[in-house]
Ligand binder design. Structure first.
Ligand code: ADP
Ligand code: MG
Length: 248
């Protein structure tokens, strides 16, 4: 059982405080939805968790299975089992997805020769055109293809905890379903053939559409840089009718 423990996290960007005490624990197999209006600091939270330069933590802590993530560079956070799907995936000219994943497998002490087979199987499962696997990472991919590509990375890498920043943005209905189902499967299987626990998910979104396929166990309303209410899936319905007005 893995556990990402975020405790009273405060952070600022360029001297401007954005996160004002975020506290949440995500365990293997749990899906947490974080829903909040534009500019509330959701992407900032994801960047701070992964250690993006330019963000300064001013208080609190983040631990993954007891490891102090805030003390580690980004690549070691990834090696510890944290994955981030960016709201705006980065294009990396000259580097194929398989190259990235093979390096990641080596860093994790896994057999890199299994990567091409895993990639093909997962691409098939996600309806991702295998022809696109030969392209440089995310270069000239459509918004929807980039998100499928991120999901492909996630499903081959098998992190312990995944933070998904608006993985639903820019997806058409079919792609949304494919992506959400793949993540739902990853979070709901038992311990698998490789001995992996099911995935724990922190899914940032401001639409409920994603959550029709990716079923959250817990829903957090995120306003003004912190979680202002936590509840079950019924919170989504309340949000759909009332908007964020009740919380702002
Ligand atoms: P959300 O993802 O919830 O829409 P963000 O985390 O992207 O919100 O942004 C929260 C606030 O932080 C916004 O007011 C945004 O303008 C500000 N912000 C984000 N990144 C930076 C940055 N690099 N420099 C200055 N302000 C930033
Ligand atoms: Mg955002």
């Amino acid at each position: 059982m893995s556990e990402l423990v975020i405790s009273d996290l405060h952070a600022e960007v360029g001297d401007r405080p954005i996160l004002h005490g975020v506290t949440v624990t995500v365990r293997s197999g749990e899906v947490h939805a974080v829903m909040g209006p534009n500019g509330s600091g959701k992407s900032t939270l994801s960047h701070v968790l992964m250690g993006r330069p330019g963000y300064r933590v001013t208080g609190g802590s983040v631990h993954l299975d007891g490891v102090d993530l805030l003390a580690l560079p980004t690549w070691e956070r990834a090696r510890a089992g944290l994955f981030l799907a960016l709201q705006y995936p980065t294009e990396v000219p000259g580097v194929r997805l398989a190259d990235v994943l093979e390096e990641a497998f080596v860093a994790a002490g896994r057999d890199p020769s299994t990567v091409p087979g895993r990639l093909r199987a997962e691409a098939d499962r996600l309806g991702f055109d295998v022809g696109l696997l030969e392209r440089p990472l995310n270069v000239d991919l459509s918004g929807g293809e980039k998100k499928r590509n991120d999901t492909l990375q996630l499903s081959v890498l098998r992190p312990r905890i995944a933070v998904l920043d608006e993985i639903d943005s820019g997806l058409d209905v079919d792609a949304l379903r494919a992506v959400a189902r793949r993540i739902e499967d990853a979070s709901s299987h038992g311990v698998d053939a490789d001995g992996d626990e099911p995935l724990g998910v922190l899914a940032i979104t401001h639409y409920s559409r994603l959550l029709e396929e990716l079923h959250p166990d817990v829903v957090h309303i995120f306003v003004g840089g912190r979680i202002v209410e936590t509840g079950g899936p019924d919170l989504v319905a309340r949000l759909e009718t009332d908007g964020y007005a009740a919380w702002t």
